[in-house]
Design a protein around this ligand. Sequence first.
Ligand code: ZN
Length: 288
Amino acid sequence: MQTAASHLDRCEYERKDDAWVEEQWSAAGSLLLSVDETGHVACTDDRRGVADRRPSGDYDPQRHYLLGRWRGAAVFAVLAAAEPSAGLRTLLPVLDDAGRELVLAAVALVNWHRTSPHCGSCGALTRVTTGGIVRHCDNCNRDRFPRSDPAIIVAVLDANDRLLLGHQVVWPTGRMSILAGFVSAGESLEQAVRREVAEETGVRVAAVRYLSSQPWPFPRSLMLGFIARAAGDELNVDGVEIEHARWFSRDELAEATSNGEVALPGSGSIAQGIIDDWRTGSLPRPEG
Ligand SMILES: [Zn+2]
């Protein structure tokens, strides 16, 4: 799971100096990453890496957003179509941790600028400052920052360490994953875990413990991963979001995935990481 240190130096202090940011545009080794309106990222021909493109033309602080320093060089992002390009669902499984962090940051930042050009208070058009991570409203004289929407994702275990997997109504037949849902206004993460599990499957959660997180810019979620212990194993699925749910032992899940009955989430997702850790017995106990 993604608990390691960051590979991207976001240059929080240096980027306050506009002249320094502009120098990075033409500095040796700097890169420009294009992200289009659908969140697809310019990539290599084999779709297994990000495109190795140098910034060209004049630096435009309203369009070119400095992500930071990555592998020793400055990287900018821009909203632009590119060919070839690929979505995060294609790239995340094949990139290494450093590559994943870069494309997640690029997609999240470009998407925020694309969808939030106006001030949330007065509606005036804002302008980009601080090398691309802030939008300033001159009318309110206030800074606006990128938003993430918190969502919980939870591995629920019963008393015998069986894992609860659900099938969402909107998913293709056979696909199953651990439970997830958005955090409501004014709700703590632990409350959201208990509410979502009870709403979707009727299971009451006894113990809950935080594991790790992953940005998931579809369009701007932050997935917060938990492990929980169920107070009982009786299931009563809601039929609205979750169509059916089932407890799996490790052997049962291995059998169900090998015979094609169950398809698990794609690699590179936090869901897959948590399920893999459960399968190998490396998740901590929910009781702490
Ligand atoms: Zn304003």
